[in-house]
Design a protein around this ligand. Structure first.
Ligand code: CTP
Length: 406
């Protein structure tokens, strides 16, 4: 998921930088969003290096993208640490005078605030009233810890430890997902994800750039909607989610076998994996070595891999009891000199004969490895194409609700 870590202007900001690491180590895409005064305590390069993303604090940067709206829509979770008295006062009033407050005012993602300030500021009725207001808005405000403050004194107002904030924020996100209606209770779905690797010798393979994020988002969304989920995954940049049955398959051949073993009696198969169309014709038992005597380079011959999607479609025609009821393919397309993405997708849907084809428009800014997505879903019947745009999770949810509607 995509997490915005907001920083208020307090000395605890230096400690809160480790939240960036905690979220990214857990496999999330992290955006650091300091208020201008937070930058007095931690430098922009530190935040950029730790998050791996560009950092802005003002709504007047990247204006052409309407950055606060874009960031707010992309976020799955917003965590602010330290939430200072001033920042909470501004949020309680609905002010939007920097990028962080404007983003929080816009987002639908859960918002977690970890206050940090001096005891007197925390106990002031103004701060207490603001915290009560923020909780009424549905923001999740942690109670500050009791302990040593910035100076020699101690009391209530210390920022909770980053690990505690991280754990709390993750539980907030989990329960917000659990609140979603269990629309797919009693339904079953098999999802493939990631990119296959076709072995060449014991150390080399032919692979592809699939991150697995869309397939994992589908599995997470299907689980949140109450479905019984089997995730058959090849190689991915993100961890497989908890709470779903996972089967690992490295090559196209292994993925094919895993799919055929797992689809009988299932309601839906979604083939989001990037399956290699070709594999090396032979596997060398020992590492391929350079020639010592000349500059000759080996030629790699390839053979075709099975087309899993087509095979499952044929299986359904011949032995429906062994196949899923609904079959959904994915296609990453860039368009070509003569054909649009949609035309290529329509041709692919006719070729593959699946029920739906979700076309993922890829390009420099879109697709592989990104956290947001643009999907056009074509149906084999005459029903109109559906377009979904947003985080991979939201797009996944919309796709599932569409292809699994009763
Ligand atoms: N697919 C499959 N088996 C393969 C290749 C692809 O099941 N050997 C599935 C993918 O998981 C995806 C769909 O087919 O759901 C379309 O994949 P794509 O690579 O776009 O299609 P190809 O038929 O390989 O067409 P292209 O020539 O455009 O690569």
């Amino acid at each position: 998921m995509r997490v915005i870590v907001g920083f208020g202007g307090g000395i605890a900001a230096y400690k809160a930088t480790s939240l960036l690491r905690l979220f990214s180590k857990d496999g999330h895409d992290v955006v650091a969003m300091p208020t201008p005064s937070a930058l007095e305590f931690v430098g922009q390069p530190t935040l950029e290096a730790l998050s791996g993303n560009p950092v802005s604090s003002s709504v007047f940067e990247r204006v052409e993208e309407v950055n606060h709206v874009r960031q707010a829509e992309l976020a799955d979770l917003v965590v602010v640490a330290p939430a200072t008295a001033d920042l909470m006062a501004r949020l309680a009033m609905g002010r939007a005078n920097d990028l962080l407050s404007a983003t929080i005012l816009t987002t639908h993602a859960p918002v977690v605030l970890a206050p940090a300030m001096h005891t007197q500021m925390w106990e002031h009725p103004a701060t207490q009233a603001n915290v009560a207001t923020l909780r009424e808005f549905g923001y999740h405000v942690l109670d500050p810890a009791v302990g040593r403050l910035t100076g020699p004194d101690s009391g209530s107002g210390r920022m909770p430890e980053p690990e505690e904030i991280f754990g709390f924020a993750m539980s907030v996100k989990d329960s917000s997902q659990k609140d979603e209606k269990k629309t797919l209770q009693g339904r079953s779905v098999v999802i493939t994800a990631g990119g296959t690797r076709e072995p060449l010798d014991p150390v080399r393979y032919l692979g592809n750039r699939s991150s697995g994020k869309q397939g994992v988002a589908l599995a997470e969304a299907a689980r949140a909607l109450g479905a019984d989920v089997t995730l058959i995954h090849a190689h991915m940049e993100v961890p497989a989610p908890d709470g779903v049955r996972c089967v690992f398959a490295s090559s196209a051949e292994e993925l094919r076998n895993a799919v055929l073993e797992n689809v009988a009696d299932k309601d839906v198969l979604i083939m989001a994996a990037a399956v290699a169309d070709f594999r090396p014709a032979s596997y060398e038992e020992y590492k391929i070595k350079k020639s010592e005597t000349d500059d000759a380079a080996p030629t790699i011959s390839l053979v075709r891999n099975p087309d899993i999607l087509r095979e499952v479609v044929s299986l359904r025609e011949q032995q429906p009891e062994l196949a899923p009821e609904t079959i959904v393919g994915f296609a990453a397309e860039t368009g070509s000199a003569t054909q649009s993405v949609l035309e290529l997708g329509e041709a692919k849907l006719r070729r593959k004969k699946c029920d739906y084809l979700a076309i993922n428009e890829v390009g420099e800014q879109r697709g592989f490895g990104a956290d947001d997505n643009h999907l056009t879903v074509l149906a084999a019947t005459a029903e109109p194409a559906q377009v979904y745009q947003g985080s991979k999770y939201d797009v996944a949810k919309a796709l599932l609700l569409h292809v699994m509607r009763p």
